[in-house]
Design a protein around this ligand. Sequence first.
Ligand SMILES: Nc1ncnc2c1ncn2[C@@H]1O[C@H](COP(=O)(O)OP(=O)(O)OP(=O)(O)O)[C@@H](O)[C@H]1O
Ligand SMILES: [Mg+2]
Length: 280
Amino acid sequence: MTSPLLELEHVTKRFGRVVIAEDLSLAVGPGDMVGIVGPNGAGKTSLFGLISGDLAPGAGEVRFAGRTVTRLDPAARCRLGIGRTYQVPRPFGDMTVFENVLVAAQQGGGLRRKASHGAAVAALERTGMSEHANVPAERLGLLQRKRLELARAVATQPKLLLLDEVAGGLTDPEVVELAEIVLGVNAEGIAVIWIEHVVRALTSTVSRLICLAGGIFVGDGDPAAVLADPGVREVFLGTDITAALAGGSLDTSSADIAMQPPSADSAPGQSAAGSERGEP
Ligand SMILES: Nc1ncnc2c1ncn2[C@@H]1O[C@H](COP(=O)(O)OP(=O)(O)OP(=O)(O)O)[C@@H](O)[C@H]1O
Ligand SMILES: [Mg+2]
């Protein structure tokens, strides 16, 4: 069996009495395509923080590409190949799309001039953003902002791409377009972990689905089996997905299912989480 690209071992994180991650262990292989679902406040974004280095765990170990990265900062982890998008896109508004992606290639990916230009151009092509290269980021609409966020992460030349609700707030056709881009990135051998409330986007792309709730994994495996699991359904009791999944229909690829109203631009705790790094 191929050795895992990413490994979490007994990772625990709490903010006061709020359990963010409770003894989480996880292995993701090179080129894997994994989806993560869970209700609001489940700890999904925080899990990404623990992987990317924005959050330091209280206990446990994070390994990436054969080395322990638990104490490495986000910049160092990014250079090793962990790229991420943020739930609320964070472009430099007064810089053009190309400049934003170039900065990501240089600062995030550690690429030098010529290589960074090549990586930026390739990332824009890959995400269908080439025609917007000279547009200031602040003038982009939601779909383009989401794509730019993706392009910036891709430009760092990741081995593992962490996507945090890149489909949130998009129309159905836009979700399909975005899912195709993500599949294309994954087809190049980049492992993807994709947090998404728009279940349709995941069921049509991922081969493994994890359900996170209250800082623990309550489901992990084949997407249809995970969504059919009574424990997983229990987690979503009272939310849109409960009604959508009622009656045994798990054909979520054709159903218009969102677990929650799209939360593209509302991310409680997310920006705060980003600033927590470095706490003792
Ligand atoms: N820096 C922080 N300090 C204190 N509490 C935090 C911090 N970051 C997150 N939290 C809390 O941790 C819990 C998990 O937050 P997280 O953002 O990881 O959830 P999520 O699953 O991504 O939710 P959503 O689906 O709404 O994006 C929430 O209760 C949140 O308020
Ligand atoms: Mg989140």
